[in-house]
Design a protein around this ligand. Structure first.
Ligand SMILES: CC(C)(COP(=O)(O)OP(=O)(O)OC[C@H]1O[C@@H](n2cnc3c(N)ncnc32)[C@H](O)[C@@H]1OP(=O)(O)O)[C@@H](O)C(=O)NCCC(=O)NCCS
Length: 155
């Protein structure tokens, strides 16, 4: 059974294990352990972990600044995907952001990432675009899309 809990810097190994088992390495979307370790202790940053009896299956890393919360990373191990864990983590992000005083939620995602369907279903809509932000295989570049919604709408 999946349980969602809040984590911290001591969960870095679990986060990196999920990171390596989830992101497609061709697009450079995953973060390094040093990037995560640098961010986790900062004020306004929180980590939610989705665990079962075998360990961490997914996580969400988020940050709030003033009344805006950002979903920095959302990941679920390949072998645990399409079972609703990503949706649970996204709902948790929205709820905790609202409890911390956020009125606006946003996130950045590579154009073409399957996660966009998940975000749109949760009420996120296109708010901006950074051209050629991600480099993919064979020299192809992908835009980064900024998706946003108010905390009052969606889940
Ligand atoms: C995005 C991600 C977190 C979704 O996790 P998940 O546990 O599979 O999410 P859910 O089971 O709640 O799926 C929700 C919906 O997302 C969409 N979706 C997720 N993965 C998909 C895939 N591989 N193909 C098509 N649609 C997909 C579907 O609409 C799905 O709903 P459905 O299963 O009812 O069709 C997971 O695919 C992942 O870790 N991807 C790699 C990391 C990443 O790119 N993160 C997002 C950018 S930070």
């Amino acid at each position: 059974m999946i349980r969602l809990i809040e984590g911290g810097l001591s969960d870095l190994d679990a986060v990196m294990a999920v990171m390596e088992a989830s992101f497609d390495p061709r697009f450079g979307e995953a973060w390094t352990a040093a990037q995560c370790a640098g961010l986790l202790p900062l004020p306004g940053v929180w980590l939610s972990l989705a665990r079962d009896e075998t360990g961490a299956q997914g996580f969400a890393l988020a940050r709030i600044v003033a009344d805006e919360a950002e979903l920095l990373l959302l990941a679920v191990r390949h072998d645990a995907q399409r079972r609703g864990i990503g949706s649970l983590l996204l709902e948790r992000f929205s709820r905790l952001a609202r409890l911390r005083g956020a009125t606006r939620l946003h996130l950045e995602v590579r154009e073409g990432n399957q996660a966009i369907a998940l975000y749109e279903r949760a009420g996120f809509a296109l708010a901006g675009r950074r051209r050629n932000y991600y480099s993919g295989p064979h020299g192809v570049s992908y835009d980064a899309l900024t998706l946003a919604r108010n905390t009052a709408s969606g889940s």
